[in-house]
Design a protein. Structure first.
Length: 196
């Protein structure tokens, strides 16, 4: 038992050091984000992340919308598609409040996960010949990009620096570690299900 406790404390100490004081989280995030596409297209697909309360965007969804507004203002996109059950309407309202025309926004409001984001958004856009760009958090891009590809929708990835930004704060590094661990498990699950 004593040997087990020593080994456990050593593992915890090494993990604490790696996560708190090394760039391992940045490397891990970069691997999940992959290489960003050129961002060129006419349709920007924005995936919802979380709700803080009913109808109120959580932190992840908020930042995805902030970047969507910023990219919209670049002037190349003609349509935004917001995707997520109970998220699409608050996301649309946020985008409209910051200047995106309501008529330029399409909502996919049925999906409960990334797999369904891809399937239901593909239904909406399948016959749209315009180039499509996928916007989601850096740590979520690998799974989302491959889920969309599996659903038959070619998208150019445009990950926002969510975990990369948070990893700069010592206080948030453990939160980032939890995001990355959960996402890596999600990728494994999606692979086993054949969804990516």
């Amino acid at each position: 038992m004593r040997r087990f406790l020593k080994s456990l404390l050593l593992i915890i100490g090494v993990a604490l050091f790696l996560i708190t004081f090394t760039p391992v989280l940045r490397w891990w995030t970069a691997a999940l984000a992959g290489r960003a596409g050129d961002g060129k297209g006419k349709v920007l697909i924005v995936l919802g992340g979380d709700l803080a309360a009913s109808g109120i965007l959580g932190v992840t969804s908020y930042w995805r919308c902030v970047y969507a507004v910023s990219y919209w203002r670049e002037g190349q996109y003609q349509t935004l598609v917001v995707s997520g059950h109970n998220l699409a309407a608050p996301m649309r309202d946020f985008l409209v409040a910051y200047g995106v025309p309501r008529e330029a926004i399409q909502m996919e409001n049925r999906s409960l996960n990334t797999h369904e984001n891809a399937l239901f958004t593909a239904e909406i856009l399948r016959n749209d010949p315009r180039g499509k760009v996928l916007l989601t958090s850096d740590y979520h891009m690998f799974r989302a990009f491959h889920a969309f590809r599996k659903a038959g929708l070619e998208v150019s990835p445009r990950p926002l620096p969510d975990a990369q930004r948070r990893a700069n704060s010592l206080i948030e590094r453990w939160t980032v570690f939890c995001f990355l661990t959960t996402e890596t498990l999600g990728i494994s699950y999606y692979t086993l299900r054949g969804w990516i």
